[in-house]
Design a protein around this ligand. Structure first.
Ligand SMILES: [Zn+2]
Length: 676
């Protein structure tokens, strides 16, 4: 098979990978061929002896073309429509890709070509463009973070640490899932379920059946807060469910405590080996915030106001609770239930009421595309192009009559698809070889039956705008090098453009276009629109307090503090929350230590704050749009020019500074979330 051709390598302009001609095993073969090609090119580069020029940056950027393209296509397909063979291929590739990556980043000879170029630049022998200089600094940073400067002993230890950390992370993830399942609450008497609707009771019944229990089982979700706490009228049941949630992860086979303590210890060792004070500093240095001091300063600005706002909400809820449950003290397990009762009295329309007004295609074309048209002058034309799933629909994207890229939408849920919504980039924009970007947008809408459109919830509309914000970041990129293109930005920046795009879901002129009844064509009633807008800030204090305290907890575990033993974990957590002034038992952290999968199982260790920083940038930018007249082409032009088009071709905070003329200010976020 000619994989370079099938994956549209060396094809300038708009070139779509030939999904229809690729079988599952072709992805495995193409990725392996890609690794070989990259290795051959970089070995040749490492072996050169002549003084390096800027040319080596281009060799570096071109070397991984097939590998990266095939990987992007493979993971896009696997996440949207997996099967046993694709899962097997994933398992086969994981260790191969990890070994391959080490073989590049720990290659001292290869590294020396780039340090030689760096010296030549500093001596004035070689001149680089600003983007080339930034690329070089990013490459050098990558080598150092991987440990290329360590001696043989250090590298060996680092290898051991990486392998052990990876296996502990997956062990933690597995135990958390098993622990969540095991923590379900067993209910023997139906009267204890008062308040649940028929469907919820039937689900609890099925869950009990699966376990071979009599009666009912109340199953848990990942977060501390449990959706069922909204409706359970029996206080004792609420208390049991809440306690099962916060006490997870401490028993028998599912005890996560030894795993997380070892992880905290080994990550600290790794960071120190690489010359950092602690793991939080190692992670921060890879983000745009850059230092732990800045991370803590940022969290400090929002943490206390969020607790104050939660206290204000608590005092209102306490009053209502005193009417509903006279004589009882308002507790953490009463919060959601009382808040739900308060909501019942408000005029916010339900998902069922809203759905007929939100047909997918109308929201997409009259809302999401219309916003991008008004801001960036983009036009979207449906094209018959084979995608990675049967449901994929492609739109060619043009600006001022010129094609700039392509976007695939894969809107519908299927059993073989991951949950939630996400975007991917199949082809990165670059001027090096004149490649145009191809991005994807994946949701989980219920597939419509014949003659009916797919209808959305209000949340799904926000999410569609959000994911399309990532798409715009990819589509509007205008850089020379693919590794700096589009969404290839630091973790604490990457959610910024997508969050900004959510603003337009709330734009009245757009709502009037995209939210119309699919049968009658009637617009959404005005009083619903204002009720929705007003509901944005309801419960904002609770949401902020639980999130920011979890972010601080993440920092506490990764800042090199003396670690407790297994029985001291709760005390460690409590002391950290007190130190950061977010110890508020009515609102426990969104994840407590023993089931905090983001930081112990996934890639957000010491980086859970990233969501906050992106939101600070987003709220500040929303204010900028507001000050300048909102949804109009001039504003889109400036935002595209200064932020979206730049990708990671310079320090991303320089892009923000260019837009605002100053550093980001958290006050806009505090205002928007009604925390002041
Ligand atoms: Zn996102």
């Amino acid at each position: 098979m000619n994989y370079r051709e099938l994956f549209a390598i060396d094809a300038p302009g708009l070139a779509v990978p030939a999904f229809g001609s690729l079988k599952d095993d072709d992805y495995l073969a193409a990725i392996r061929q890609g690794m070989e090609e990259k290795k051959t090119a970089l070995d040749a580069l490492a072996a050169e002896t002549a003084a390096p020029t800027a040319e080596i940056l281009e060799v570096w950027e071109r070397s991984g073309r097939l590998l990266e393209r095939a990987e992007m296509c493979f993971y896009t397909l696997k996440d949207s429509d997996s099967n046993e063979r694709l899962d097997e291929i994933d398992a086969i590739l994981a260790p191969e890709l990890s070994r391959f990556s080490d073989s590049i980043w720990l290659d001292a000879k290869l590294y020396s070509r780039f340090t030689a170029l760096d010296s030549a630049v500093k001596n004035g022998e070689v001149q680089l463009s600003a983007e080339q200089a930034w690329l070089l600094s990013e490459i050098l940073r990558g080598f150092r973070r991987a440990g290329v400067e360590l001696d043989a002993e250090g590298r060996e230890r680092l290898g051991e640490l990486n392998a052990r950390i990876a296996s502990l992370e997956s062990e933690f993830s597995n135990k958390v899932v098993a622990g969540r399942v095991a923590a379900a609450v067993h209910i023997e008497n139906e009267s204890e379920l008062a308040g649940l609707n028929e469907e919820q009771i039937a689900q609890a019944r099925e869950a009990a059946d699966r376990r071979g229990w009599d009666g009912w089982a109340l199953e848990l979700v990942n977060t501390t807060g449990q959706p069922l706490l909204d409706s359970l009228d029996v206080r004792a049941t609420r208390k049991r469910l809440f306690e099962a949630s916060v006490m997870r992860g401490r028993e028998g086979e599912n005890d996560t405590r030894p795993v997380l303590l070892e992880l905290a210890k080994l990550r600290d060792e790794k960071a120190k080996l690489l010359g950092f004070e602690h793991y939080a500093a190692y992670v921060a240095s890879d983000g745009c915030v850059k230092t732990t001091e800045k991370v803590m300063e940022l969290l400090g600005q929002v943490a206390e106001p969020s607790i104050r706002a939660a206290e204000r909400e608590a005092s209102e809820l306490r009053e209502l609770f005193a009417e509903l449950e006279p004589g009882e003290e308002f507790q953490a397990w009463d919060w959601q239930w009382t808040a739900a009762k308060a909501r019942e009295a408000s005029p916010v329309p339900t998902d069922e009421q809203l759905a007929p007004y939100l047909p997918f295609e109308q929201v997409l074309e009259q809302g999401v595309f219309a916003a991008a048209g008004a801001l960036y002058g983009l036009e979207f034309v449906r094209r018959e192009v084979e995608g990675y799933t049967e449901d994929c629909r492609a739109y060619e994207v043009a600006r001022d009559g010129q094609v700039i890229g392509l976007v695939f939408f894969d809107p519908y849920a299927r059993p073989t698809k991951g949950g939630g919504a996400w975007m991917t980039q199949l082809v990165m924009q670059d001027e090096l070889d004149s490649e145009l970007p191809i991005v994807t947008n994946n949701c989980n809408l219920t597939k419509p039956t014949a003659g009916k459109p797919a209808l959305m919830t209000w949340d799904q509309v926000q999410t569609l705008f959000h994911e399309f914000g990532h798409d715009l970041h990819g589509l509007l990129s205008r850089v020379r090098y693919p590794s700096l293109s589009g969404t290839n930005t630091p973790t604490d920046f990457v959610e910024y453009p997508s969050q900004v795009n959510e603003i337009w879901a709330w734009e009245p002129t757009l709502i009037a276009r995209y939210a119309r009844h699919w049968e009658s064509g009637e617009p959404l009633p005005d009083e619903w629109i204002s009720a929705l807008a007003a509901s944005k800030q309801v419960g904002a204090g609770y949401a902020a307090a639980e999130t920011y305290s979890a972010m601080l907890l993440d920092q506490a575990w990764h800042q090199g503090a003396e670690l407790p033993d297994i029985d001291g974990i709760d005390a460690f957590e409590k002391a950290a929350l007190q130190r950061f002034k977010v110890d508020y038992p009515l609102v426990p952290p969104r994840y407590r230590t023993c089931y905090f999968t983001h930081i112990w199982g996934h890639g957000y260790a010491a980086g859970y704050y990233s969501y906050l920083f992106s939101e600070v940038l987003d709220a500040d930018t929303a204010a900028w749009f507001g000050e300048n007249g909102g949804l109009k082409r001039e504003n889109g032009q400036v935002f595209r020019e200064k932020v979206l088009s730049r990708g990671n071709s310079r320090d991303v905070l320089e892009s923000f500074g260019d837009l605002r003329g100053r550093e980001a200010d958290a006050k806009y976020l505090l205002e928007r979330r009604a925390l002041v």
